[in-house]
Ligand binder design. Sequence first.
Ligand SMILES: [Ca+2]
Length: 301
Amino acid sequence: MIYLSGRSRARQGDPVTIGRVLLLMAGVACLGCNPPGSVPLSPAPSQTPTPTPTPSVVVFATPQHSSSLALTPGGTALFVANGGVPKVTVMQSGSGTLHKQLDITVGAEPTSIAITPDGQRAYVTNRGTVPGTVTVLHATLRFKLSDIAVGTEPCGCVLSPTGRWLFVANAMSNSISVIDTVAGVVVNTIALPDGAFPFALACTNDGDTDDADEKVLVTQFFGQLGDGERPGQTLGDTDQDRVGKVSVIDVRSGSDATVRATIRLASRDSGFGADRTEFGGGGGRTFCRADRARRPRSGTT
Ligand SMILES: [Ca+2]
């Protein structure tokens, strides 16, 4: 059984409870929040389980929220991207508790973190500037090393199994940046179709020491038209007939990584049509009245 903290007071430097971390992972807790006392992952054998207390809600001044977590190899430290502020929080783990260690300043709106298999480097995508950047951190000594410019709004990143190549999903650029982590530079930019909005990535790992035979899979955030299809012409683009797509990239030698295939996901008839009315079992709600959507704004310029 996992217990949540029922304490509501917080002081800087106190242990962060596991329950707080679970709330944090759910996107509802805040960092910089350190309720006193630690909470075990499970009760001692001699203890009688007690009812789980209702977790209290605590609002902390900063950071305001987090969006991505990464554990170092062995799980000794947790890196957390704080999207509301340009910082990554590092927490030290041990004996079932987490202790906030420090904040490291990175780029604006950090979104995603990847840590190399040897635990020496952490890569943080920052989507708050144009172009976006990847901040390189010394993961063991906990300081910033450099920034690498990538595409616009890098939302996700993944390392190849050996840690040699970092793949970055540039959502607004519709591209994937490939960074050579040894040289610290972008060696390849893979173009995806317009509107793909690549968002999250994963990399296969067959367990050997060769990255060239691995594949990176990239989700496309928005529904896409099927092959050979065109958007509706009544009021422009529509949601009907859209499908999900996943791009499959061969890692090869990084600099020549390329899209080898696109997986088309089963469509689900759901969304908002050209008349702004929901379809697909959603109850016919109107997202935005068509007349209002087309009404010109009043005022002067
Ligand atoms: Ca391999």
